[in-house]
Design a protein around this ligand. Structure first.
Ligand SMILES: *Cc1c(COP(=O)(O)O)cnc(C)c1O
Length: 368
């Protein structure tokens, strides 16, 4: 079986994690948390970073930090993980979905303004499958309309938008360190910002909102979103290897591109001229005129021992939201279309050239 994802564990991981066990620093204080947060902020070129329990809580914390709540609307791309819409619900705000760009699957900046109402407070941008969203037009709209920007960079550690690391461009950037992400802590997350007030507030809220003047006295609703020192130890070791990990992803994408470019019924991931994608997952689309549709191709690949994953299901099709009466008159034809035709190939950091060769030759045989 060729798994859709298999992680690599960094050389220093055992040493750092064992250090936590040997010294007893196993909970949510310790030097690895500070080191990991500091190194992550340095890597992104931001002033502040603070860890969370996962990427979903990072998004939740970002919205709570921005004081978003009932009566507020948050604009979100339709084609993304459920966490984005859930985070809006967790703070009592209303997610408003808009359609995506057909080439990258990212939020379509030309669709944002028509979705803005008096209640709109923020735009959540997702850098899907490792390719940056087109930030400049989004920044212009956000500035003109006084909206906050939250970047969900959970799939795009190290991706560049016009030379800038994604996650560092909006007001708050959110990351996930789940097992299949480019940097992993097993489960974990991070929020980053250049704004000291937002950073201080995020740190307060993620640690039960103890009053700064009196511990165990609480003036607002906090959370326990604290990462452990053991996870940070793993994260630090993984982060030390990030350049190597990104090089592996770029090599993987180039190898897939070279070997699949002759397959006329697949469209391969493209890269905008202003972007460096990190190809978190190598995502392809089955052409509309392909005799074999996506689900059939995926089933046949599975029979041959090749594991793949569908694209996300559009948020406006998710019962968790429609049951609440959300997204009633929404139409997102691009997101619907990509969601039906898209899937991703085995893309883990441990993938070998031989495995890629097996995947591409099997696809060619099945589609010939
Ligand atoms: C993985 C992911 C998340 C959620 O991260 P978890 O750590 O699994 O909670 C959020 N957004 C995107 C785009 C993701 O891919």
């Amino acid at each position: 079986m060729i798994p859709v994802n298999e992680p690599l564990i960094a050389p220093n991981a055992k040493k750092y994690v064992l250090d936590c066990l040997n010294t007893g620093w196993i909970s949510s204080s310790g030097k690895y948390l500070e080191k990991f947060e500091g190194a992550f902020a340095d890597y992104l070129g931001v002033n502040y970073a603070t860890t969370t329990t996962n990427g979903t809580t990072a998004l939740h914390l970002a919205l709570a930090t921005l004081n978003l709540g009932p009566r507020d609307e948050i604009i979100i791309p339709d084609l993304t993980i459920i966490s984005c819409g859930l985070a809006a619900l967790y703070v009592g705000a209303t997610p408003v979905v808009i359609d995506v760009d057909p080439t990258t699957g990212n939020i379509d900046p030309t669709k944002i303004e028509q979705a803005i109402t008096k209640k709109t407070k923020a735009i959540m941008v997702v850098h899907l499958y490792g390719h940056p969203a087109d930030m400049d037009p989004i920044l212009t709209i956000a500035k003109r309309q006084h909206l906050a920007i939250v970047e969900d960079a959970a799939e795009a550690h190290g991706a560049l938008y016009k030379g800038k690391k994604v996650g560092s461009i909006g007001d708050i950037g959110c990351f996930s360190f789940y097992g299949n992400k480019i940097v992993t802590t097993g489960e974990g997350g991070m929020i980053v910002t250049n704004n000291k007030k937002l950073y201080t507030r995020a740190k307060l809220l993620k640690d039960l909102a103890h009053s700064p003047h009196r511990r165990f006295y609480h003036e607002e609703i906090g959370f326990n979103f604290r990462m452990t020192n053991m996870q940070a130890a793993l994260g630090l070791a993984q982060l030390e290897e990030i350049d190597k990990y990104i090089a592996i992803k770029l090599h993987m994408a180039k190898t897939y591109n070279d070997q699949l470019s002759s397959v006329s019924t697949l469209s391969l991931p493209s890269q905008a001229p202003w972007a460096r994608s990190v190809y978190w997952m190598y995502a392809v689309l089955v052409s509309k005129n392909s005799p074999m549709v996506r689900d059939m191709l995926r089933t046949k690949l599975k029979e041959e021992g090749i594991d793949t994953r569908d694209y996300f299901i559009p948020l406006h099709r998710q019962p968790v939201f429609t049951k609440l009466g959300l997204f009633k008159n929404i139409s997102c034809p691009v997101s619907d279309d990509l969601s039906k035709r898209g899937f991703y190939l085995p893309s883990g950091l441990a993938i070998t050239d031989k495995q890629i060769r097996t995947v591409t030759s099997t696809i060619k045989r099945l589609l010939s």
